[in-house]
Design a protein around this ligand. Structure first.
Ligand code: SF4
Length: 684
């Protein structure tokens, strides 16, 4: 219903999931009034419901519009000048009294690469430690550690457009149609055109209905299932011997560990019928090109890194990597979670995954940043929470994250954050976490800034300013510059383009990336893109793995940290739904989405519901060792018999119950599995 001549169109990148769809933002004056999809990669004219309709948060009345400083427990309006001066003084004092390790920062997968780069530089070069992390710790930290060890590079090996060209698509632990809807559409299209689809998931997700083989495994039994498939492949001689011989190491180790996982033994652990395991193994190994898609169902476990090892083992065993239309393809959740990792928003690496404990790397960054840097790996997000609880961490600076809702065991997180001497939150809305802050800095949204996001297929794409920052807010990179300078570190950038030039100079994978090139090409650039004349890399590990030889790292099955017992007899698993995004700070502002999916619920199998005498829609109490919530029952055959599913988006919901037991390698919490009891509520 718009008059065309009043509408301005600005090309940009969707702010929600890691697909990174290209769209025009339609604006009228200083308001975003619509979107339209662009017919280019990666979305080819498609947008999902979030990208298409959930833009109204940008001009929402609840946007934070002035810095706030808490005085006597009440937020008082302030100016940027006053707030930045206050923060600089407090951080300087805390550093002086408690040392540089007493301060930490959480950067943001919602911010641009340039902003993530500046945030980690602030922590490293100005504060002087490596205590920097972000929400990847909750989603794909185990992917990064698992792939780094086996193939040498912690990212999606192939491109989104290759998925539909694979002969067999194996989706394990990814509810793709809800979490990455445009990729979900491609998978369904591939299936319709005669390609094979294997799905492994504890829930009968939409893709499961369409799959040739659906393996409804028990929560937390991925390693056993993958070992079972590899056992079949090896015993039936279906492995790619030339590939193993030429490009891999430790094959004998894999053979000896997978030997016991016969289909029958695997069935006992996973609940998947032996014949389905055999057929899935034959189909995956016997196809010319097979691709593996995975997500949180693999990563959010205490065995997360070993789950990823097992995914790598399967792909290498069959030589399904290093070629087009194959590969190991972790789907990154947030719009720029890949970029936040690439930019060094991690406690162990500088930008470009250059280890902080390596002297040569440290010297390189010390010289470039003109600062003395720490040689000690910093705290992960979960360790920051624990250190705050123990009073070891004194100050935390959080940009664009809401750990009170997103971290497991929310009550513990909230208690820990309250224990800090000083909490700074920089966000666009008053989140549950911001309420606990001492200072809040109002930031600008994606529609109000220039920069880049890197999508799940390593494609660095442009984010373009459609409107000026909403009055009273400031772009995150400008806030960081103010703070760096106020704390005595001279840092001058006049645009995010200049920041990207510094990134390119220090980050080998981004060496050839400039804003100008991205804008000229209109298709982004996929890293590695080491030189200014390099066209980017659609798939990795072509002739050699990033680490040289691919390494089989076999893993043995272990159950989740909590298994059902008499007191907590039911397994809880959590996940995302199509109509909401993470902690709902943005989608929660859209009345259409809230009308469709504004209420927390629990999926429960009819047999379990009957045992508990539950009716459809009845509100029940669900408790774990960490807390209790009330939730409505949605009785469905989708879920395994002794398992319930609760979406994690809602404040005071699933993460009150979840367990913060960690993966040993990557310190990622086991958000996918804990145990609970369900009680009927007898209301008066
Ligand atoms: Fe945005 Fe992802 Fe939907 Fe594309 S699929 S429109 S990137 S949320």
């Amino acid at each position: 219903p718009f008059e065309n001549d009043e509408i301005k169109k600005t090309r940009t990148t969707c702010v929600y999931c890691g697909v990174g769809c290209q769209m025009n933002l339609l604006t009228k004056g200083d308001k975003v009034v619509g979107t339209e999809p662009l017919d280019v990669v990666p979305n080819n004219g498609l947008l999902c419901v979030k990208g298409a309709f959930a833009y109204n948060f940008v001009n929402h009345k609840d946007r934070l519009k002035t810095p706030l400083i808490k005085k006597d427990g009440i937020f008082v309006e302030s100016s940027f000048d006053e707030a930045i001066t206050f923060i600089a003084e407090k951080l300087t004092n805390i550093k002086k009294i408690y040392g540089r390790e007493s301060i930490a920062g959480l950067t943001s997968a919602r911010c641009t690469n340039e902003e993530n780069y500046l945030m980690q530089k602030f922590m490293r070069a100005v504060i002087g430690n490596n205590n920097i992390d972000h929400c990847a710790r909750l989603c794909h930290a185990t992917t990064v550690s698992g792939l780094a060890e086996t193939v040498g590079s912690g990212a999606m090996t192939n491109s989104i457009s290759e998925i539909e060209k694979a002969d067999t698509i194996f989706v394990i632990g990814s509810n793709t149609t809800e979490t990455h809807p445009v990729i979900g559409t491609y998978i369904q299209k591939a299936k319709r055109s005669g390609k094979n689809l294997i799905v492994a998931d504890p829930r009968k997700i939409e893709l499961a209905e369409k799959a040739d083989i659906f393996m409804q495994l028990k929560v937390g039994t991925n390693i056993a299932l993958l070992n079972g498939m590899m056992n079949v492949i090896i015993s039936e001689n279906l492995q790619n011997k030339d590939f193993i011989e030429e490009r891999c190491e430790n094959y004998s180790g894999l053979v000896s560990v997978t030997e016991i996982y016969t289909p029958e033994y695997t069935e006992k652990i996973t609940g998947v019928p032996a014949k389905d395991i055999i057929n899935a193994a034959r189909l995956y190994a016997g196809s010319k090109n097979s691709t593996i898609i995975f997500s949180m169902g693999i990563t959010q476990h205490t065995t997360g890194t070993e789950n990823v090892f097992s995914v790598s083992n399967l792909a290498m065993l069959c030589g399904m990597i290093g070629r087009e239309n194959t590969g190991i393809n972790p789907l990154r959740g947030q719009n720029n979670v890949q970029g936040a990792c690439d930019m060094g928003g991690l406690p162990n690496v500088y930008p470009g995954y250059q280890n902080v404990e390596n002297n040569e790397n440290r010297r390189k960054f010390e010289k470039a940043w003109n600062s003395s840097l720490s040689d000690k790996t910093g705290l992960t997000a979960s360790e920051m929470i624990d250190s705050a609880e123990k009073n070891l961490l004194k100050a935390l600076y959080i940009i664009g994250e809401n750990p009170v809702v997103s971290e497991p065991d929310s009550s513990h997180t909230e208690k820990a954050l309250k224990n800090l001497d000083f909490l700074i939150v920089q966000d666009i809305f008053m989140t549950e976490t911001a309420k606990l802050a001492d200072v809040i800095l109002p930031a600008s949204s994606f529609a109000e800034k220039n920069g880049t996001f890197t999508n799940t297929e390593r494609r660095v794409q442009y984010v373009q300013k459609a409107i000026e920052p909403v009055r009273g807010t400031m772009e995150d990179w400008k806030i960081l510059l103010l703070l760096m300078n106020k704390m005595g570190y001279r840092q001058n950038f006049s645009s995010t383009e200049e920041i990207m030039d510094e990134i390119a100079a220090l980050t080998p994978q981004y060496g050839g990336i400039t804003h100008k090139r991205i804008l000229e090409r209109g298709l982004g650039l996929q890293w590695p893109c080491p030189e200014k004349n390099h066209e980017g890399t659609p798939y990795l590990h072509k002739n050699t793995f990033s680490r040289g030889k691919g390494k089989f790292i076999p893993a043995a099955h272990r159950f989740p940290a909590e298994v059902p017992d008499n007191e907590y007899p039911v397994i809880l698993t959590t996940g995302r739904i199509l109509y909401q995004y993470h902690t709902m700070t943005m989608t929660g502002k859209n009345s259409g989405l809230m009308k469709t999916a504004g209420e927390i619920y629990m999926e429960i199998h009819p047999e379990l519901a009957e045992n508990l005498l539950l009716k459809q829609g009845e509100t029940v109490k669900v408790s774990s060792r960490r807390g209790s919530i009330k939730v409505k029952a949605k009785i469905t055959n989708k879920i395994n018999k002794n398992t319930i599913f609760i979406p994690f988006h809602f404040a005071g919901g699933a993460n009150i119950l979840t367990n913060n037991a960690l993966d040993h390698f990557a310190k990622e919490p086991e958000l996918k599995a804990c145990t609970v009891k369900i009680e009927k509520l007898y209301l008066d």
